[in-house]
Design a protein around this ligand. Structure first.
Ligand SMILES: [Zn+2]
Length: 159
């Protein structure tokens, strides 16, 4: 598990360059672990990206503290966006891996204010398997959770 207090290695991904100030970013919030900045695509006004300062390819490489810091920042931005843009809805989007439709391979979370009829869509193909299949899936996950090192699953080992 990488230690986020160590000096990160130089990395050339676009978000690392934004964090270092080598590329312009319209910053809105920053703390020890994360940087939040305006998404240049602005799917809706107030659309912000929250990224870790240290390079992590995805959520799976982030430390638990970094993951928590990203969500903490997202909540603050969500509260601010609701007030600033009068948006009645909010969606968080977080993609991991090419098959998960991630396009920038540096862990980040989209905070997107939402309005009725804003045209944002998500395909969600429900399969609705029978309860026995759900239990089989849960057993596989519980076995995998039991094999994780403690620091990689603190919050979910209590079920
Ligand atoms: Zn990076």
């Amino acid at each position: 598990m990488p230690n986020p207090t160590e000096t990160p290695p130089a990395h050339d991904c676009i978000f690392c360059r934004l964090v270092r100030g080598e590329l312009p970013a319209v910053r809105v919030l920053e703390d020890e672990l994360v940087l939040a900045f305006m998404d240049i695509g602005q799917v809706n006004p107030g659309h912000v990206l929250v990224a870790t300062k240290r390079h992590a390819d995805s959520l799976l490489e982030a430390t638990p503290d970094e993951a928590a810091a990203v969500m903490r920042a997202a909540q603050r931005i969500a509260l601010a966006a609701r007030a600033a843009f009068d948006a009645p809805g909010l969606s968080l989007y977080q993609m991991n891996g090419r098959d998960g439709e991630q396009t920038v391979f540096h862990f980040h979370l989209h905070v997107l204010p939402r309005h009725a009829g804003d045209g944002v869509g998500l395909s969600w193909p429900r399969k609705e398997p029978p309860p026995a299949v759900l239990e089989q899936h849960a057993q596989r996950l519980r076995a995998a959770l039991a094999d994780l090192p403690a620091e990689a699953g603190d919050a979910i080992n209590g079920i």
